[in-house]
Design a protein around this ligand. Structure first.
Ligand code: PEP
Ligand code: MG
Length: 323
């Protein structure tokens, strides 16, 4: 089987009925790029930049960040790179930032909430990204967006920094896309409104499931509530994809579910455009996608969303449809 996957390394990602999909890799540092390319990744769907901050004793400078972003963009040779702005907080601590002690860190001061509050840190990151944008095809993504106002505020800061750089004569790409992670149920429910303003969505299922089920993703005792195929989760995901398409935008996924072999047939049926996962899942997912008929998967989705009542029932449906 491994040998069969190996042959797919340089092949495009198409379903049995000819539908083209994008298979991307998740990375934490520029060093991870090699693995994604070795496994035939067509893009970077999630660059978790918080490691730049966590691997350092102090805030990384604009130039340090610029070098890292440039390395990834150049390494991908014009293929898309989604860079997520700082997602600190929750379980990710930064000793030098003195984040508050909180009762519920996953519901607290984290990610875009910190970026909007301490905007100098955010502005530095955006300037590094804007300067690096000329070295490839950059997509910027904001994490943990709950409200449209947060997106608008973040986007306004981005536009301000872009204009300031350009007025100083710094070259910036004119084709940067700016999107959001959909990982808070409030954003998934309101996806139709977000879709009018963002360039793309990327579903963060690790957090989306945690927040939808009210079950801490780090707590083993409630891990049975991590139910990626539960119709409630599937309806949220489907809503986001349909909302994106209604506005001519694309929708991807960068949570663990994107590379889950039971979920992939469902996601193909829903019309997900981009799938981003750990490098080692890319080839087996391409192999699976080549065997799927997308119109048959649409039929599967119809049943999963409207007839199934549990995670287990959906799993059984997928097995029936992919036998
Ligand atoms: C997610 O929440 O699904 C995600 C991709 O982000 P992280 O796992 O870094 O929170
Ligand atoms: Mg997340």
């Amino acid at each position: 089987l491994k040998a069969e996957w190996e042959k797919l390394k340089d092949e495009p990602t198409v379903t049995a009925d000819g539908k083209q999909l994008e298979l991307a890799g998740n990375i934490g540092t520029p060093r991870d790029l090699e693995g994604v390319l070795e496994h035939g990744g067509e893009a970077i769907g999630l660059y978790r930049t918080e490691f730049l901050y966590m691997d350092s004793q102090e805030l990384p400078t604009e130039d340090e960040q610029y070098e890292a972003y440039k390395e990834v963009l150049e390494g991908m040779e014009g293929r898309p790179v989604v860079v997520r702005t700082m997602d600190i907080g929750g379980d990710k601590e930064l000793p030098y930032l003195a984040l508050p002690d909180e009762m519920n860190p996953f519901l607290g001061y984290r990610a875009i909430r910190i970026s909007l509050d301490q905007d100098e840190i955010f502005r530095t990151q955006l300037r590094a990204l804007l300067r690096a944008s000329v070295h490839g095809r950059l997509r910027i993504m904001f994490p943990m967006i709950a409200t449209l106002q947060e997106f608008r505020d973040a986007k306004a800061i981005y536009e301000e920094e872009k204009e300031k750089l350009q007025s100083k004569g710094v070259e910036v790409s004119d084709s940067i896309e700016v999107g959001i992670m959909v990982e808070i149920p409030a954003a998934a429910v309101l996806a139709d409104q977000f879709a009018k303003e963002v360039d793309f969505f990327s579903l963060g299922t690790n957090d989306l499931i945690q927040y939808s089920m009210a079950a801490d993703r780090m707590n083993e005792q409630v891990s049975y509530l991590y139910q990626p195929y539960n119709p409630s989760i599937l309806r949220l995901i489907n809503n986001v994809i349909k909302a994106a398409h209604a506005e001519g935008k694309w929708a991807g996924m960068c949570g663990e579910v994107a590379g889950d072999q039971t979920a992939v047939p469902l996601l193909v049926g829903m019309g997900l455009d981009e799938f981003s996962m750990s490098a080692t899942s890319i080839l087996k997912t391409r192999s699976l996608m080549k065997r799927l008929d997308s119109s048959k998967m649409e039929e599967l989705v119809e049943k999963a969303l409207n007839e199934a009542t549990s995670n287990e029932e959906v799993k059984a449906l997928v097995e029936e449809y992919t036998k």
